[in-house]
Design a protein around this ligand. Structure first.
Ligand SMILES: [Zn+2]
Length: 414
């Protein structure tokens, strides 16, 4: 049977009915509903000649053996946030299953093809995202931190995953799964407004943004709002306010998708009758280019020192968290562009703001690419998350073409 994209949309509807309620998808990892979704997938694929395996990190693998052990991987995640959407994660798994069926029915492929359903991408229950893929990719460096995590009901992470046969001490053994991987492909909803605003169904993803998160503390002098003349104030909020506006220009001048956000300013004493003595400001900067990200940070710091001088206040910067940009494979981006252009006429290249399992696989050294399909109104992690059925069908066709091109490329050994 040839590829049947409408079957993917039907199947996604079936999964939605099986594992959702009036508030949305309820496939939270390490719960019975999640297990039901995974059993449903296994059942759907049971008539194909696949090797089925759950690895030590709880990832489910469906392997179609090819003439060569070198493997092309297609991955996604069936888990969702509570009250989540019907497509985030599951689109990639269900579309990947349809592609695997198409390939299996054509006989033995030249290289091995594997579908992976990653365990706990969302981290909704314990606050730790990308559990299964970070174990397989080898970046899970914090098992002792993970051991301490408990959910809202007081259940510990080791107990919750133990119920699914996963032992934290052995989770990193999942690394062996990527030893034969030659390429990793992931289709996902965009979860943002870019493709919709360009009126395009699909885009090839360049990589995931690097992020710099900082706490900036401005220190001035509390003084009476009535008796302190304007020219004698040391107003900490004035520095924070100038920076909050200036970072918009920093992002605009940097361009190429640059974003800067001042997400909060907390003022003390925080009363109507006093000049602000301390203003604690949060800053988030993101870019796909590590050099540009570094220069945006340097520029914001330089501006802040100028504002501090103008306002006669002190400024101090403390890093909260950062991650480097993760760039996908250029040759695979090229193939994704071709596949998208073939099914949709036009392709567009864009970065990903959110992290995905693909970032962990890419970081571990496996050539990786993602395809985004338009999200209506840019919404996700809500029951309002949606994509037009015709766009979903195009996305399945694009993933299938991309898989075929990647298999041919890996088979040629290039
Ligand atoms: Zn996702």
């Amino acid at each position: 049977m040839p590829l049947d994209p409408t079957r993917v949309v039907d199947r996604l509807g079936e999964l939605r009915a099986l594992t959702g309620d009036e508030n949305g998808a309820q496939r939270v990892a390490w719960t019975d509903t999640w297990a039901r979704a995974r059993a449903w997938l296994a059942d759907w694929l049971s008539d194909l000649p696949l090797e089925v395996e759950r690895d030590p990190a709880g990832n489910d693998w469906y392997t179609l053996r090819g003439a060569s052990d070198r493997a092309v991987l297609i991955g996604g995640h069936l888990d969702s946030v509570p009250n989540g959407g019907w497509l985030d994660g599951s689109l990639n798994v269900v579309a990947g299953a349809e592609v695997l069926r198409r390939i299996a029915e054509e006989g033995t492929p030249p290289v091995t093809v594997r579908l992976v359903d990653w365990a706990d991408e969302e981290g909704a229950r314990f606050g730790r995202s990308l559990f299964g893929s970070s174990a397989a990719g080898g970046s899970m460096a914090d098992p002792d931190e993970l051991r301490k995590l408990v959910d809202r009901d007081g259940v510990s992470l080791p107990d919750a995953i133990g119920a699914f046969g996963v032992d934290l001490d052995r989770a990193l053994d999942a690394r062996s799964q990527l030893e034969t991987a030659a390429a990793y492909l992931e289709l996902h909803i965009e979860q943002g407004p870019v493709l919709e605003s360009m009126n395009l169904p699909l885009g090839a993803v360049l990589g995931t943004f690097g992020v710099e998160r900082w706490r900036i503390t401005w220190t001035g002098q509390a003084a009476h709002a009535g008796s302190t003349p304007m020219d004698q104030r040391r107003d900490a909020l004035a520095g924070a306010a100038k920076l909050a506006l200036a970072i918009r220009d920093v992002a605009r001048e940097t361009g190429a998708g640059a974003v800067c956000t001042s997400g909060n300013v907390t003022c003390r004493p925080g009363i109507v009758t006093s000049v602000v003595e301390t203003a604690e400001q949060l800053l988030d900067q993101r870019h796909l280019d590590a050099g540009k990200l570094a220069s945006m940070l340097a520029r914001a710091q330089e501006l802040s020192r100028g504002f501090a001088q103008e306002e006669r206040v002190e400024v101090a910067w403390d890093r909260i968290w950062n991650i480097e940009p993760i760039l996908f494979d250029e040759a695979l981006i090229e193939l994704a562009d071709e596949a998208i252009a073939e099914v949709a006429g036009t392709s567009h290249r864009l970065p990903s703001g959110p992290l995905h399992d693909a970032a962990e696989v890419c970081r571990s050294g496996v050539p990786t690419v993602m395809v985004f399909v338009q999200s209506l109104r840019g919404l996700s992690h809500t029951k309002l998350e949606d994509t037009k059925p015709e766009h979903l069908e195009l996305s399945v066709a694009a993933l299938d073409r991309l898989a075929a091109k990647t298999i041919a490329r890996v088979a040629r050994g290039s």
